[in-house]
Design a protein around this ligand. Structure first.
Ligand SMILES: NC(=O)c1ccc[n+]([C@@H]2O[C@H](COP(=O)([O-])OP(=O)(O)OC[C@H]3O[C@@H](n4cnc5c(N)ncnc54)[C@H](OP(=O)(O)O)[C@@H]3O)[C@@H](O)[C@H]2O)c1
Length: 356
């Protein structure tokens, strides 16, 4: 059993990192608190008596080597990942330990696959990027919906978020991604990531989410990290993601507050935000659909990342090297293991309507 082992968390005092630390404790792991700011780290350590903390910055390889000494795995919650993923993966490879991150940045996730595939496979080290709400959950759902299909024509992942109060880390990641795209938009079409100059606003359409959410307006081509994770292992030439318009509006508005940081007793509470992720895959005139619902996209990223680490340390994996959640894990079984956090609409098959 993997519990009892030490798992390092970089960005431990960030909003997501705190959820990950709490989840690791809940699951019987020993979190090793890592961050670049000694003061913030000490403040976090004060609410977790007995846990070790070490100052480490993604910009300082020696600090990462010291920080990872004795850890069985590392979860990287320090974003933007354009700056942190590569140096922390390098440190994990030097230490010979698995690496899991929560990156939602499309380009940073592509970099992880392209830069580290060969070396991580040769080292036999698992590197799982985007092991979080965006990128990870959608990939697990698409893989589950596929069932015995090895290829499909299209995958559609609709995000029904009741609201979106973004963290500073989310906003910083968005800024970095926009800079890297140089004013262009990105989508996954024709079997590849396609950068294009927008001629119009994102299209709005209605998506019929499972009850209780029901029909909602969504933005099409609201491209999320699933366009990296899903095609990394499934033969699906069109992968499209959608976002409820109210959540997209929240994300863009300058006055949207950050999510509540936690309760005064040091325990973390989930925000009131609810989500439904509705996934449809289509092959010919048949579609398969599965959906998941829960609360708080940041909080849910913690059980996703910690379940991943637990499975890697227990050897419940299908491959090594860089791999997305859907490739490295048994996706339906992984989702069942999250039943305390996510309610699942079981997969079902029907005749496919035509998508625009
Ligand atoms: N895929 C998903 O669904 C998903 C879910 C949750 C989070 N995320 C991503 O995870 C990242 C963190 O999100 P958050 O909500 O936790 O944001 P946050 O509360 O702003 O925390 C960001 C953390 O990253 C640390 N950090 C940034 N650069 C660093 C560096 N060079 N070295 C060490 N630490 C560094 C920050 O430390 P300082 O305070 O010292 O700057 C802070 O601890 C974001 O990129 C977000 O998009 C993705």
């Amino acid at each position: 059993m993997s519990s009892g082992q030490t798992v390092a968390v970089l960005g431990a005092y960030g909003h997501t990192g705190r959820f990950v630390v709490a989840e690791l404790r809940e699951r019987g792991f020993v979190p090793l608190l890592l961050g670049r700011d000694a003061g913030k780290l000490q403040a976090l350590a004060a609410s977790h008596p007995g846990l070790e903390h070490r100052v480490a910055s993604a910009d300082d390889p020696a600090s990462l080597d010291r920080a990872l000494t004795g850890a069985a795995a590392v979860i990287n919650c320090a974003g933007p990942f354009a700056s942190t993923a590569a140096p922390v993966i390098e440190a994990a490879l030097r230490a010979g330990i698995p690496y899991v991150d929560v990156a939602a940045e499309i380009e940073a996730n592509v970099d992880t696959f392209t830069r580290f595939a060969d070396r991580a496979r040769a080292a036999g080290v698992a590197v799982v990027p985007a092991m979080a709400f965006f990128g990870g959950l959608g990939d697990l759902l698409v893989t589950t919906a596929m069932g015995d299909w090895t290829a499909a024509d299209e995958a559609h992942i609709a995000y029904g978020l009741s609201s979106w109060h973004p963290t500073a880390g989310t906003l910083a990641a968005g800024t970095v991604s926009r800079e890297r795209r140089d004013g262009r938009r990105v989508r996954y079409a024709g079997g590849r990531l396609e950068y294009y100059v927008a001629q119009r606003d994102l299209p709005t359409l209605e998506w019929d989410f499972p009850a209780p959410m029901g029909p909602r307006a969504v933005l099409g081509e609201f491209t999320m990290a699933d366009v990296v994770t899903v095609p990394s292992h499934l033969s699906i030439p069109e992968v499209r993601t959608y976002m409820t318009t109210e959540a997209a509006r929240d994300l863009a508005a300058p006055d949207t507050p950050a999510p509540a940081a936690g309760r005064s007793d040091g325990q973390l509470g989930r925000s009131a935000q609810t989500f439904t992720v509705d996934v449809i895959v289509r092959a010919g005139d048949t579609q398969r659909r599965v959906a998941a619902a829960g609360r708080d996209i940041y909080a849910i990223s913690a059980p996703l990342a910690v379940e991943a680490v637990s499975r890697i340390l227990d050897g419940q994996t299908r491959t090594s090297g860089v791999a997305s959640a859907g490739e490295i894990f048994d996706a339906p079984d992984f989702l069942r293991a999250l039943s305390a956090h996510i309610s699942l609409e079981p997969p079902h098959e029907s005749r496919a309507p035509r998508f625009a």
